[in-house]
Design a binder for this molecule. Sequence first.
Ligand SMILES: Nc1nc2c(c(=O)[nH]1)N[C@H]1C(S)=C(S)[C@@H](COP(=O)(O)OP(=O)(O)OC[C@H]3O[C@@H](n4cnc5c(=O)[nH]c(N)nc54)[C@H](O)[C@@H]3O)O[C@H]1N2
Ligand SMILES: Nc1nc2c(c(=O)[nH]1)N[C@H]1C(S)=C(S)[C@@H](COP(=O)(O)OP(=O)(O)OC[C@H]3O[C@@H](n4cnc5c(=O)[nH]c(N)nc54)[C@H](O)[C@@H]3O)O[C@H]1N2
Ligand code: SF4
Ligand SMILES: [Mo]
Length: 744
Amino acid sequence: MTTRRDFIKISGIGISGLMAGGGAAYRAMAQTLNKEIGGHISDKRTPTYCEVCFWKCAGWVYKNDKGNIWKIAGNKEDYHCNGRFCPRGTGGVGMYYDEDRLKTPLIREGKRGSQYFRQATWEEALDKIADGMKKIAREHGPECIALFTHGSGGAYFGRLLKAFGSPNIAAPSYAQCRGPREVAFIATYGEGVDSPERTDIRDTRCLVLIGSHIGENMHNGQVQEMSDAIDKGASIITVDPRFSTAASKSKFWLPIKPATDLALLLAWIHIIIEEGWYDKEYVKKYTFGFEELKQHVKDMTPEWAYGITTIKPNIIRETAREMANAAPSVIIHPGRHVTWYGDDTQRLRAVAILNAILGSWGRRGGFYIPDKISVPDYPHPPYPKPQRTWREAFPGKFPLAGLALASGLCDATIPNASRDCSIKGWLVDGTNLIETLPNQKNTIEAIQSLDLLVVVDTMPMEITGWADVVLPECTYLERYDMIRTSPHRKPQIALRMPAAEPKYNTKPAEWMAKELAKRLNLEEYFAWNSMEDMLDWQLKQLGSSLEEMQRVGVKTFPREYDDLYFPDGEEISFNTNTGKIELYSTEFADAGFDPIPTYTAHEEPPDGFYRLNYGRGPAHTFSRTSNNANLTDIMDENVLWINPKVAREWGIKSGQKIWLKNQDGVVSQFPIKARVTERIRWDSVFMVHGFGHNDKRLTRCYGKGASDTSMITRVHTDPLMGGTGMRGNFVTFFFEPEKEEATL
Ligand SMILES: Nc1nc2c(c(=O)[nH]1)N[C@H]1C(S)=C(S)[C@@H](COP(=O)(O)OP(=O)(O)OC[C@H]3O[C@@H](n4cnc5c(=O)[nH]c(N)nc54)[C@H](O)[C@@H]3O)O[C@H]1N2
Ligand SMILES: Nc1nc2c(c(=O)[nH]1)N[C@H]1C(S)=C(S)[C@@H](COP(=O)(O)OP(=O)(O)OC[C@H]3O[C@@H](n4cnc5c(=O)[nH]c(N)nc54)[C@H](O)[C@@H]3O)O[C@H]1N2
Ligand code: SF4
Ligand SMILES: [Mo]
């Protein structure tokens, strides 16, 4: 049997050690760090929660006897990490010590994108931003300023923007990530999956991963629960065109033809219904539209799906049987970054339906019912009512979008004759839009039409190169932030406080937003004296205090009700139109979309081209960690996975540098090394997202590897909610760069 040790070992070089707090890579990293920092560890520690990714693990920051930050370790009470940080979280210290950090406010000189700046004082930079915002509000209305944010700063800049009168606040974690999943689950169950996901992995008997690559996707608690489940004998079914880490730990690996997952899901639903393997009592009691569903999938046999997916009918049957045997302790994982092919909401609806007929929602080993404490907002006057919202830029489109679309705000910035107003100002906080939004040409065209672009970041990432004003934020280790409150088996809160003074001339986002509020006469929306006062006020409402949280870091509250799972036989009302789990979605039908998902074929790569597949590497988070010295020690560039058959045809060897060109003729700026491996299908190539940086101020990662984003010029937009499908792009190879010109 696979043990946890094996699993964690395979999830990255030396990660066994990292997760367990020992191991070669961890020691090497600790030695590099400690050599630079010097001294010995002291027993003083301050609480934080990690900002290296959005799992937000809570931990402790330790310093040495000289008062320098030494290491970060997990808080044992914390459900997100159970006392163990992942390698990226452990390496977070590298963000603080990175000498390439943004050190002082910058104001652009010369033309936009020329990356030529002069240093400025905070006064000067903030005055310039406030003047720019006032001018846009005067000339076009406050709604013509948008905020793009991913991370803690969103709380303060969001508040500022709402007070200013703009509702245009978007995070790439919706339209570029989990939006379709939330829309699909809300349509089915009346509730989303949320973060951390409510998957009861630790008690599951069968976990189905459809392109969800837990193990490379290092969302901490999930990786740990999956290892525990494997230890307890759960079977894993992995559907992935690539032999992922998870696939290597699976009872079944289904190397599906990319872009055909919906056919497989429908065939599974077909067989489970036809064979009577579904949870009859649950379906009768809780669901709506079973007969319609049964009719709909009548002809969607495993044989039908075989022709589409290349997965053999007997494997489809066997895996369906495996799920049914485990039900209701089975999870067809909803995934997270699900914006793939443009019909993603419908694919995720099929996932939701499959879980429903197996009765796993609200059941042990399926999906638990989370609980969360809501932290009271610090009192403020009501926000003004905006005159326009981003929706008006897209009349009649994306009716089911629950949140603003980052890509939509970008599109609404490009002047268009059919629109009477375009967005004129962007505040960008903690998101490297150049690498994050697909279709870089479009992003840059939008940026070039702006009157004002302000970027708040810790590092000189690509987006800062296009800014008019750059504001350097101190890292999460040097500041307070809002209380972390998250849904889990029991409600928990966590505190982040500074472990050190901000280095250089950097400041927390909260200070910046407050200073801007002063200049915009919006001070009453930021009425607290200090973060300490504000947090203490909030915590006292919850029966805690800042003093207590500084001591414990994490506090767990009892559940309001004893209802982690549906009590046996209980009547339950779901928050849908029918009050039932909707196998047939009345909401989708009303909006003019398929009430039950239908498979449609997607475009295939042209001759000599391969589908560009991308994903995560265990040691990095998107583009944000590529320059982190502790993590470049583990992985300093991405490589391109190529099937041996393809490599032979092209005469490509492992380690050879190749350039890429996509279906629209866009050429990669840097070469990428080939990795010839059976672990990828012949019709696709794979690379880790977040490399190929082209800002020279990033001295460690400049020009290392290639950028997947630069190859994603074709976007398949989800008509239901505006998610940007990014996996419908194809690349080919070439070897002599001088014959081709890099496009960006
Ligand atoms: N091509 C492609 N595009 C993708 C994806 C992909 O896999 N491939 N993944 C998509 C997904 S799932 C997501 S969630 C998004 C993620 O998108 P982003 O969150 O935009 O990801 P990053 O590129 O890491 O950008 C984070 C930025 O925040 C900065 N930063 C880090 N810490 C701080 C801080 O404390 N304060 C401030 N102010 N800034 C900070 C970093 O320096 C960096 O510039 O990208 C989406 N886009
Ligand atoms: N280490 C690390 N962990 C992270 C992050 C990180 O940056 N670094 N980011 C976090 C975030 S914000 C997110 S959203 C998640 C994303 O992580 P997930 O939601 O788990 O993954 P995806 O990016 O959707 O999918 C990647 C996998 O899908 C496979 N795939 C590609 N095309 C297809 C297809 O057509 N069908 C099927 N079945 N599979 C396909 C790829 O081979 C790859 O293994 O990761 C999170 N965890
Ligand atoms: S999973 Fe890792 S990087 Fe993400 S918050 Fe937790 S420790 Fe930090
Ligand atoms: Mo994401």
